[in-house]
Write a protein that binds this ligand. Structure first.
Ligand SMILES: [Zn+2]
Length: 282
């Protein structure tokens, strides 16, 4: 009698263990794919398409397969990332789609999983103040900065909506805070904010040569008080150089291609697309 009950207890335990292992394997390896496939079965809302059309200028010039690819990435982005309005700002669908649309341009031809680590987007109505306090044990120094956006390696992106709107209205300006901050997120993927996202060995070799030369050129021209075409902020460090170049790659591809063909080639290889193919035709 005792032997039979302990046997059935062992059987229940074994069965429970198998179910637990199967559930863990499903969650770790298949759940995300399953959830994304399910999400993409829902139709893309017409109002979101309207916001992409009016607020993400490149969307309207893309060929149909890439338009659909952008919509799918936006759909996943909106279902997975948390948006938070700061200082009383109300985050509506227009705000969400505009930010997601620009962010997903960066991974339009790349795996969506490049943004797996991005968890939240904080949106301020306008440029916001940041107070930094530093101490070396003897002296405490305090500084105030006004920022249009920032990205953290912990998966958070902060944006000022007024700057985003301005960027959406001026698709050929060298500034686009959304492209800039999400480029930093790609840079973080290999654990270092060093201006080089994860690359193949061959890409990395070409990247290092072309980017180092271009970075030094920008610093050199600033040092000699020449006004560069590229945002001078790119000269502060390689991570900013990559973010600034990403803005130029999507916003002014023809100019970048003409003036810095090797840099353009490196970016085209990484982003796996050529924005100069999608020129304004009207
Ligand atoms: Zn930056």
């Amino acid at each position: 009698m005792i032997a039979r009950s302990s046997m059935s207890a062992a059987l229940v335990f074994a069965l429970f263990s198998v179910i637990l292992i199967a559930a863990t394997v499903f969650y770790l390896f298949f759940y995300r794919t399953w959830r994304r496939e399910r999400e993409l079965k829902a139709p893309f809302p017409e109002s979101w398409r309207h916001y992409l059309d009016s607020h993400v200028q490149l969307y309207g010039r893309l060929p149909m397969p890439l338009k659909q690819a952008l919509e799918q990435r936006v759909q996943l982005f909106l279902s997975e990332k948390e948006y938070y309005g700061c200082d009383g700002f109300e985050v509506d669908d227009r705000v969400k789609v505009t930010i997601a649309g620009h962010a997903c341009l960066l991974i339009l031809a790349r795996p969506y999983s490049d943004f797996d680590e991005v968890s939240s987007i904080l949106v301020y109505p306008d440029a916001y103040h940041v107070r930094d306090v530093e101490s070396d044990g003897m002296v405490v120094s305090e500084s105030h900065q006004i920022r249009a956006g920032e990205a953290s390696s912990r998966g958070q992106v902060v944006l000022a909506w007024k700057e985003c709107e301005e960027a959406a209205r001026n698709p050929h300006s060298t500034h686009n805070v959304m492209l800039h901050e999400f480029a930093h997120q790609l840079d973080y993927l290999d654990g270092m904010a060093d201006g080089a996202p994860p690359l193949s060995e061959e890409q990395a070799r070409h990247w290092k040569l072309s980017m180092t030369e271009a970075y030094e050129d920008l610093r050199h021209s600033l040092h000699h008080h020449q006004k560069p075409w590229l945002d001078p902020y790119g000269a502060t460090e390689p991570a900013e150089f990559f973010a600034v170049l990403t803005e130029a790659f999507f916003q002014q591809p023809d100019h970048l291609k003409r003036t810095q063909p090797e840099v353009y080639k490196a970016l085209r290889g990484y982003y796996r697309l050529d924005p100069s193919d999608y020129r304004q035709t009207t």
